[in-house]
Design a protein. Sequence first.
Lengths: 303, 391
Amino acid sequence: MARNARGRWLVVAIPYFWLLALFLAPFLIVFKISLSQDAIAQPPYFPTFDLSEGWDVFREAFGELSFENYGYVLSWDNEFLEAYGSSLWIAGISTLLLLMAGYPIAYAMARAPKSIRPTLLMLVILPFWTSFLIRVYAWIGILSPEGLLNQLLIALGIISPDAPLQILATDWAVYIGIVYSYLPFMILPLYSALEKMDDTLLEAAADLGCTPIAAFWKITWPLSLPGVFAGCLLCFIPAVGEFVIPDLLGGSDTLMIGKVLWTEFSVNRSWTVSSAVAVLLLLVLVVPIVFYQNVQAREVEAR
Amino acid sequence: MSTGVTATTQKTVGGIRRKFAPWNDPAAVPLIRYQNVTKRFGDFVAIDNLNLDIYEREFFALLGPSGCGKTTLMRMLAGFEEPTSGQITLAGQDLVGTPPYKRQTNMMFQSYALFPHMSVWDNIAFGLKQDGMSKDAIAARVEEMLKLVKLEKFSKRKPHQMSGGQRQRVALARSLAKRPKVLLLDEPLGALDKKLREETQFELMDIQMELGMTFLIVTHDQEEAMTVADRIAVMNHGKLIQVDQPAVIYEQPNSRYVADFVGDVNIIEARIEATGSGTSTLRAEAAGDMPLTVHQEVASRPGDTVFIAIRPEKVRVDLDPPTEQGANCLPGTVWDIGYLGDLSIYHVELANGSRIKAAKPNLTRMVERPISWDDKVWVSWSADAGVLLTS
């Protein structure tokens, strides 16, 4: 019995250890830096906790921590609040576009003959075989004024060669980039929700007088909602903090918090402010993450 | 094999009260008509040029092994399958091409197909809302249905919070709520255990009587079909083999297939020696020198091979030769005994090595039965017990 209990403890301890080492410890470090002040030093902030100078110095260092950086980030005089808002907006619109693009694909996959479903699933995952960065770079080649899209539209005579579409370096390019990159994360949870749906439910709805369209909205859609929530949150949460796509495809006026954080860290060399930005971003995202957990728990319960 | 009621099944089985028998009334107009219906899935012929009439207020059972086409036949009436050729009419209206949501049929699905995200109340109200009924009328009808299936207290539950038997009732209430012209039941009791199934069979019959509706049930369980149905259609390979009342199907099967599928049966291959004036005399290898008599004429000539079908409960087994006049009587040895509690089934080996089953009710509480393994016994049956089958 005792051995069994110890074994069980060990099994539980392993994931907790990883969470502690890979999530909680780094977070505490970032949080501590966010409470520090900038300094021209190595590392570029103070205080630093150093036990070599004795306990008293160590304790004193605590007194020098402050929430000053948070006040700076949350002030209307700076662009951070605007960047948070803009990030949430862009992520929200992108998630909506992702849902509109992903749902029909997932639906078609779930309705496809059983024999070809694994192939379709593989095709959805296939882009992961190439580096994410390279795929985003490829979109520059497609969207730029002399890029493939404009060449095609000019060749088809839809637009004149003098006025190519200006998509690159706009918010539209960011939307396209996010929708393209995150589509598998939308399709997979939707597909898994739609695929396990019992077809006889639709027969029953038809039998009771539902047209196919009514049956979709009364049966298929509500039953796929757990997948819709999962897909939306899986896309929304990382999209808010997205840095690569707005940096490569967006314009100079595309304001996203990931980009701002990067500028603060590498250009302004302010570790402390960028840490505060990161901690606040985490707080903003805790709300949808908790919501997502709740949805998942409810889905498990319903089974 | 012709479909419908054949000539041989009409003449016998006296004493059955025929209060409800529209199929015998030439003036009666069928509610459902399948006319020359064929259904192919690729090369596979699921329904083969089939004709069938079902009458209003009838409880009609489609019985057969899996893959015989009974479910396809029902799904074509619901509109989930379209016939490859032929016509299906409901109350004189041609159904072919009408989508399921416009048909006045409702189906109770084998899996129940309850909507998991809706309460019992909403499940039952679903079809009524589609019809645009007023809120009050819907509420009244749902309450009535809940009462009918005795689930008044469960209206707010979700399907996953209910037992299999309760879900079955919700499914029944939902399919009955719209008062369809025909209720289709696809193996409705298959998921219930034996006791609950038997209870529910009688409830189904009560509900059908109470509502005066036409029920069409698909089942592979012959006991279920015999219990609930006014008429049974025994199917095989997309054809109707025999369509008649349960007692006729059992006592006057028209073929070895029906005799064997419905209930237990002994089949003895025999040659005709003489046939006429209501009696046939036969010779069978299983009977040795003894001639066998069956009170039935057949169209076959002397020397032709026919089959005698005898139900085990109509075969007697005794230690002494029976004294009854005119009975068919053969000696044999008890090969095996199956004790079922209410009955014992004696497997008796005859002189030529073939076996015959005799069911004997256990009328006393004796633990030691007088007939035991390897006993020399006599099996006998009256000339009225057997049925001559030519196919």
